[in-house]
Design a protein around this ligand. Structure first.
Ligand code: MN
Length: 432
């Protein structure tokens, strides 16, 4: 007898790989562990009958001649297969994307792809096996779950290729969305409802704020998403949730902001957590929620005075070049200072254009190297007032496809904000 099985606490990648293996090895009986994760349980309860599985108990392990293992290569992740470990004449085949395992296989396909189902999908494609739309949907679900919709750094082009193949085989994205977005369940809903019932809202200068505090029992997943929904429903610019886990005597603080003046990441860092300007969290040991709320209020007040202005993150002094300078001289200057572009000014230091690498491509003949730079510069200059925020600067860069924007005060250039300045700000790389 041949059997195919996968790891305990099975996820969609495990189930998908199990089903795919039964297409590649039609005579193998699929054995699904009893312990499967919550998303998978929901999927199986609805798709009962579409897939047939055996439990370990239903299999006479003595009669197993071939064991096929997918999405793991470790004995201790299998359920009830211990006796097979000692069997001498057992043939073992492993398909896995985890490279550290202790199962000694006779045949194996083990590579570090984003999902195990990618490896099996490649084989199905190679062997031109028929797969049904519901199988394709399940396979794509496994692929998306293990690769975070192809966004995890472990994702390879092979994973994306497999996703394309499965979409060609009519994988249904509507079904996918239903099962992969189970993170908002009953627990999360109850918490959100409680928070909304007690929601307080206060105006704080130029933004609105709401702080919600509540007790929770044990670990609750996806509180960050609950906070995001809370902020949207209560309709405030800034929201903080203080979740006290009574048993473990810990407070989880989660913040969300969509105004520049409140940098949640910076605030959370000052109380031992972390995050980005728009979102952050911190875990505080044995804290009392009232004290935490007071602390957040103080931080919000303090944060307002130190909100980041463009003048804090721009680069200066700014090198400019006169519009009558020759192309050759400008090219040399740029090379010497290691810049890719520069504002061009007239005699009164007024900005009249910018020169960038793109403009130099317009220079075709060597005689043009002696022409004034104004003949090649870009005349439509995007500038920004020093009073604007980093987010506004970044939006301008995206809209106009420019990497540097002169920062103006009273008609004069006082600095320049570059793409990397903006990125430094967004990724919180600024020194505190
Ligand atoms: Mn996997």
């Amino acid at each position: 007898m041949k059997i195919v099985t996968t790891h305990k606490g099975s996820d969609f990648d495990a189930l998908a790989s199990l089903v795919a293996a039964t297409i590649l090895y039609p005579e193998a009986k699929p054995v699904l562990p009893n312990s499967v994760n919550a998303n998978l349980k929901a999927f199986l309860s609805i798709h009962k009958g579409l897939f047939e599985f055996y439990t370990t108990k239903e299999i006479e392990l003595d009669r197993v001649r071939t064991l096929i293992v997918v999405d793991t290569s470790s004995w201790n992740r299998l359920e009830g297969m211990g006796s097979l470990k000692e069997k001498d004449d057992l043939e073992i085949i492993v398909w896995d994307h985890h490279t550290k395992g202790d199962i000694a296989a006779h045949h194996k396909v083990i590579r570090e792809t984003g999902a195990c189902i990618t490896l099996l999908t490649q084989e199905l494609e190679k062997q031109r096996k028929l797969i049904t739309p519901i199988q394709a949907t399940l396979f794509l679900m496994g692929l998306y779950e293990d690769t975070g919709n192809l966004t995890f750094p472990s994702t390879l082009s092979e994973d994306a290729h497999a996703a394309g193949f499965l979409l060609d085989r009519k994988a249904d994205l509507n079904i996918l969305g239903t099962f992969l977005r189970q993170a908002y369940g009953k627990k999360q809903k109850d918490i959100l409802f409680h928070m909304i019932q007690d929601a307080k809202r206060e105006e704080f200068g130029d933004f609105s704020l709401s702080i919600a505090a509540m007790d929770i029992a044990g670990r609750i997943e996806n509180l960050a998403m609950v906070m995001q929904m809370y902020r949207e429903i209560v309709n405030v610019d800034v929201a903080f949730g203080i979740f006290k886990d009574v048993e473990r005597d810990k407070c989880m603080v989660i913040g969300r902001s969509n105004v520049d003046s409140i940098n949640v990441g910076m605030m959370m860092r000052s109380i031992g957590g972390g995050g980005h300007p728009g979102a952050g969290s911190a875990l505080i040991k044995s804290a009392n929620p009232a004290a935490v709320e007071e602390m957040i209020r103080e931080l919000v007040k303090g944060n307002q005075h130190s909100s980041v202005m463009l003048s804090d993150i721009m680069s200066y002094p700014v090198l400019t070049v006169d519009q009558d300078t020759s192309v050759e001289e400008v090219a040399m200057l740029l090379r010497d200072v290691g810049c890719t572009g520069m504002p061009v000014v007239d005699q009164d230091e007024k900005i009249v254009g910018v020169i960038s690498r793109r403009d130099f491509k317009k220079v075709k003949k060597s005689s043009q190297m002696q022409s004034p730079i104004k003949a090649f510069m870009t005349r439509d200059v995007v500038t920004i007032s020093h009073e604007k925020s980093a987010i506004e600067a970044a939006k301008l860069m995206i809209k106009n496809d420019v990497g540097r924007i002169p920062v103006m005060e009273d008609g004069k250039i006082i600095g320049i904000i570059t793409r990397s300045d903006a990125m430094m700000y967004f990724y919180d790389l600024l020194p505190d």
